[in-house]
Ligand binder design. Structure first.
Ligand SMILES: Cc1ncc(COP(=O)(O)O)c(C=O)c1O
Length: 435
């Protein structure tokens, strides 16, 4: 049978075909309009984008290959405790900080504990420090049976104020006199990524025969304008302590810490203390602990160390953006007091912390809009329930207490984009202007 060629369909049918073809196009257009209106609606009630306080996945995405390769090597070697990776990482941190010794430890808390033990702080001694910090500092001092002699902060930097320390040492309140006489260590904390004012603190330490432990948990790589030039946080006192908690500028895949020192005998003591005080196997010279850093952490951290300087720079760029964006508003931006002093890392912004007149309102609004923010710290150490036996009272450290009422940390991690920062600024200002 011969197959006839198909005749052209009549015009009406042609048009019907055309209509059928257009139905999906119209449907997609309608869908687009509806979702656009929906988005517009949610724009009014929520921020336009989610901005986490920290996005570790963004960092990992850039380093996945490098990190997996070294982790694989550790898995193949099956040596997990204090091996070649820890040694290499220690050598790299020591060189980075310009000191001869770095000792890998299990956390920043254990670094503080080991540092205090290495300086023979024990029951009956006193340690001078700040009430506006993370609990680890006070926890380590009190666990050793020592008394934390607190001095207030400088309201500009949030760091231990040399004037307050001087006043404490020269004119202690009656109740504290006996502890001042027992003061053995001065322990400033380089909070949020900016150094405490070390020159006058070191002077006081010399004058009163105190050893200095720097808590540089939040400030690895930060510089201080020492008379001899830029000095890295942790390298100025007898021992400097770092934390590699994941949220730090140099963060591990779990807990980790380190202590650095210029002193050979302190370095030896730290190495001994981290293995239960034993120099030779099963012979214990000191009462130490298990304060060891493991190979997997060291391997990851050593990869990240190579990127640390560029992350610091990005954090600073973000801080500059906020500084400019909040200029002339009610937001009091952090002051980088060593900027312009010929330092690269005058501040490394582990946290970008502003002061706000109505913090609760801003905090609630940001959280409701999926913008990450956090309060570091909501209560000073002298008012912590487990430290009430120390005898401190509300009102003892007005600057620290005021800071706990006003501070708010905003996202400042390196991978943050300008759009994200704009969203943060817009939301903060909107919350402040809302009646
Ligand atoms: C100032 C300060 N000191 C000490 C620590 C304790 O470090 P880690 O959490 O590694 O024990 C931290 C960490 O959060 C800290 O911020």
């Amino acid at each position: 049978m011969r197959v006839m060629p198909e005749a052209d369909p009549p015009l009406a049918e042609n048009t019907r075909n055309l209509n059928t073809k257009f139905i999906p196009i119209f449907a997609s257009f309608a869908f687009f309009v509806v979702s656009f209106l929906n988005n517009l609606n949610s724009y009014n009630s929520r921020a336009t984008m989610k901005v986490p306080l920290l996005d570790l996945k963004a960092q990992y995405a850039q380093l996945r290959g490098e990190i997996r390769a070294v982790m694989d090597e550790v898995c193949e070697q099956q040596q997990f405790i204090l091996g070649p990776r820890v040694q290499a990482f220690e050598a790299h941190v020591a060189a980075y900080c310009g000191v001869p010794h770095a000792v890998g430890l299990s956390s920043g808390t254990d670094a503080l504990m080991a540092a205090l033990m290495a300086l023979d702080v024990k029951a009956g001694d006193a340690v001078i420090t700040t009430p506006f910090t993370f609990f680890a500092v006070l926890g380590a001092i009190v666990r050793l049976g020592a008394f934390p002699l607190l001095a207030d902060i400088d309201p500009v930097t949030f760091n231990l104020s040399p004037e307050s320390v001087r006043a404490l040492l020269r004119h202690p309140r009656e109740r504290l006199k006996k502890y001042v006489a027992k003061a053995k260590v001065l322990l400033p904390v380089h909070l949020f990524g900016q150094c405490a004012d070390m020159a006058p603190l070191l002077d006081l330490a010399r004058q009163y025969n105190l050893s200095v432990i720097e808590d540089a948990a939040q400030a690895i790589g930060t510089e201080y304008p020492a008379p001899s030039g830029a000095a890295k946080a942790g390298s100025l006192g007898a021992i400097g302590c770092f934390s590699f908690f994941p949220s730090k500028n140099l963060g591990g895949f779990g807990d980790g810490g380190m202590a650095i020192t210029r002193d050979d005998s302190l370095a030896a003591a730290l190495r001994t203390l981290r293995v239960h005080g034993s120099v030779t196997k099963y012979r214990h010279e000191l009462l130490g602990g298990n304060f060891r850093l493991d190979e997997l952490q060291a391997a990851v951290l050593d990869v990240k160390l190579r990127h640390l300087e560029s992350w610091h720079a990005e954090r600073r760029t973000h801080a500059d953006f906020y500084d400019r964006a909040f200029q002339g508003t009610q937001v009091r931006t952090p002051r980088a007091v060593y900027a312009g002093k010929n330092l690269r890392n005058y501040h490394t912004y582990n946290q970008y912390v502003v002061r706000l007149p109505e913090r609760v309102r801003v905090y609630t609004a940001l959280r409701a809009s999926d913008i990450g923010c956090e309060i570091y710290y909501p209560a000073p150490m002298h008012l912590q329930p487990c430290l009430s036996h120390l005898g401190y009272r509300a009102g003892d450290f007005p600057e620290s207490e005021q800071a706990t009422r006003e501070v708010l940390a905003l996202p400042v991690y390196p991978e943050l984009t300008e759009n994200m920062q704009q969203a943060v600024v817009a939301e903060v200002l909107k919350a402040l202007s809302a009646k």
